[in-house]
Design a protein around this ligand. Structure first.
Ligand SMILES: Cc1cc2nc3c(=O)[nH]c(=O)nc-3n(C[C@H](O)[C@H](O)[C@H](O)COP(=O)(O)OP(=O)(O)OC[C@H]3O[C@@H](n4cnc5c(N)ncnc54)[C@H](O)[C@@H]3O)c2cc1C
Length: 567
């Protein structure tokens, strides 16, 4: 097909508008490339905008600047090699360690990104050699959404679970304090509410908070940087086909305003279109079963389209049976599942199977919880779903899913018995259909563990990560508390996710490769449509967007910087 048969021609067509796609676009534009981003849905930002907005960047300049913790590339690589267990090529891990701090610094100095390093947000496996007790996870400072003008309305909003009463945005640091009921959290919550209601202009406009945090404070500055550079984003414009000439991807067909447009992309096409978490059929085909699309907390537009297109061109795939897992609750009437990142590990609660028995360390990283949920599912001791049990003190102290501390549930949830409640453990077990003797026995054990501060079965509260989301006022172990005060509660928990991590195999330059190791010329993939750089593991908060942004940055530099390896 000759060039003149294209409707439009650019240097780089980027499919998707998450943080990875935007970082690639910013860097490419700064290297004088002509870039176009296309987005399938009516909103830009994808799961990146819905997310916590954290980036896991070893040796980042922010921790150095704030003198938080010493880090070295050698330690970071050692950690990644250890946790990925030989399933990711060392060149890819090395590229991440080398390039991610460069990407972050670049975005700080040349784009509008403004982040800080979280000193006590531990790596998810801080005790593994090379792991750190904090500093590698960075989060965005608050972002005044008014700077985006009308473009704010087109940004995908934060996930509901990240907002106080579905309205007010919190930073990750604030969320930690509010959700774990840390000392001073009431004052903090009142301050957040005051700030929210004092934004009279915002309140007259609607309920969305204009002092944005988390994923909106990550994507907002990136969007602003694209506006500065006049880089176009086409919304409601899905990629429908890759155009291949003599084995090389040279462009794509994009559906826009009722037309199929043929876009030439002179340096190749960058796929940044997320995973397949919202595609029920692909979930059933690839993920452990049972599984449902309603168990994801991520973007509804992520349906694996580009993974299938890449596979059709012969691309290899990896980690298709894996996800960025986390235990979730499905709340009727809400669009997405809520992940129980914090509440699952707080004291006076535990997860049990249908035999009423505990089966894992509830305070472990959320990714591991779901591996444990699937791994322990047995006919006489079912864990899919399992139940989170807690007592009246827990219910009064902490938010959990849609339940606010000490507040009655909304009427529609009470009417359907969303949260089971009973004055006795036997009564609760009967309502949940789980074994009462098993449950009583486990509660007695938990209460002994809470008194001693030791969980000899699952080591709950031993890791610095566990304790980060514990209640520091509970001693001797902030993750263990007695389940003793009636009424007792039970919430059904499913193995959900923040996105899938299986996708097209890529090399350290994010070039899509075939089973033979040969690249598909002109095709690049980053983020959740590519096989995860972190393999089956989750290094720390920000372990998914950090790699997406870094890979996007690498693609742009490789293609457009002088002396780069090119396509
Ligand atoms: C509640 C929540 C909290 C999270 N917190 C964090 C965190 O703090 N740190 C972290 O690292 N990760 C976090 N995650 C996970 C993280 O958000 C995702 O893994 C990451 O954003 C995926 O990035 P991506 O670029 O692959 O996809 P996305 O950001 O989802 O972007 C993909 C975009 O491509 C679009 N698209 C899909 N198909 C097409 C098509 N055919 N044509 C055009 N466009 C298409 C989608 O609509 C979407 O907008 C969180 C996720 C959730 C849901």
């Amino acid at each position: 097909m000759a060039t003149n048969e294209f409707d439009q021609s650019v240097d780089l067509l980027i499919v998707g508008t998450g943080a990875g796609a935007m970082s690639a676009a910013i860097r490419a534009k700064d290297l004088d490339a002509d870039v176009l981003l296309i987005e399938k849905t009516e909103l830009y930002g994808g799961s990146s905008a819905m997310s916590g907005g954290s980036l896991w960047i070893p040796c980042n300049h922010l921790m150095e600047r704030d003198g938080i913790v010493q880090d070295t590339p050698e330690e970071a690589l050692e950690y990644l090699v250890n946790i990925t267990k030989g399933r990711v090529a060392e060149e890819k891990l090395r590229a991440y360690v080398d390039r991610s701090p460069v990407m972050l610094k670049y975005m700080h100095e040349n784009a509008r990104l403004d982040m800080f390093s979280m000193p006590s947000y531990a790596d998810y496996y801080p005790e593994v050699s090379g792991g750190k007790p904090g500093g590698r996870a960075c989060e965005p400072h608050r972002f005044d959404a008014r700077r985006l003008g009308d473009e704010f309305d087109r940004m995908r909003p934060l996930a509901l679970q990240e907002l106080i009463v579905g309205r007010m945005s919190m930073t990750a640091t604030e969320a930690h304090d509010v959700l774990t009921a840390a000392p001073g959290y009431i004052k903090l919550s009142l301050g957040i509410a005051l700030r929210y209601y004092l934004d009279i202009g915002g309140r007259l406009k609607g309920k969305r908070d204009r002092s944005q945090s988390l994923g909106n404070a990550l994507v907002g500055p990136l969007r602003l940087s694209l506006m500065d550079r006049k880089v176009p984003i086409w919304l409601e414009s899905p990629l429908s086909e890759l155009i291949v000439e003599e084995g090389k991807v040279v462009g794509a067909v994009v559906e826009r305003q009722g037309k199929s447009l043929r876009i030439e992309s002179r340096k190749g096409v960058l796929l940044a279109a997320g995973g397949f978490e919202s595609n029920g059929e692909m979930r059933k085909q690839y993920l452990p079963n049972p599984t449902k699309a309603e168990w994801t907390a991520a973007n509804p537009g992520n349906t694996g389209d580009v993974i299938n297109m890449g596979m059709a061109l012969g691309a290899a795939t990896d980690f298709m049976d894996d996800a960025w897992w986390g235990p979730i609750t499905v709340v009727p009437g809400e669009e997405r599942a809520r992940m129980l990142v914090v509440e699952k590990g707080l004291p006076r609660s535990m997860f049990v199977n249908s035999a009423g028995r505990r089966f894992l360390n509830e305070s472990a990283p959320y990714d591991d919880i779901c591996k444990g949920i699937y791994g322990n599912d047995k006919p006489d001791a079912g864990t899919v779903p399992c139940t989170m049990i807690f007592d009246a003190t827990f219910r009064k102290s902490y938010p959990v899913g849609p339940c606010l501390p000490g507040m009655p549930l909304p009427k529609h949830l009470r009417e359907i018995d969303y949260l089971k409640e009973s004055d006795t453990l036997e009564g609760l077990a009967a309502q949940l259909g789980i074994d009462a003797a098993g449950l009583k026995d486990e509660v007695e054990k938990m209460n002994r563990y809470a008194a001693s501060g030791k969980d000899p079965e699952f080591d709950r509260g031993e890791s610095a990560y566990d304790r980060y989301y514990g209640d520091a006022t509970v001693t001797p172990n902030p993750c263990l508390g007695p389940i003793e005060k009636p009424p007792f509660f039970g919430m059904t928990v499913y193995p959900g996710d923040l996105g899938t991590k299986g996708g097209l195999c890529t090399d350290e330059h994010a070039r899509v490769v075939k089973e033979s190791g040969e690249t598909i010329p002109g095709l690049f993939a980053i983020g959740n449509c590519s096989a995860a750089t972190m393999g089956s593991s989750y290094p720390g908060a920000g372990g998914t967007i950090g790699p997406a942004m870094t890979s996007g940055f690498i693609v742009a530099e490789d293609l457009f910087a002088k002396d780069s390896p090119g396509e």
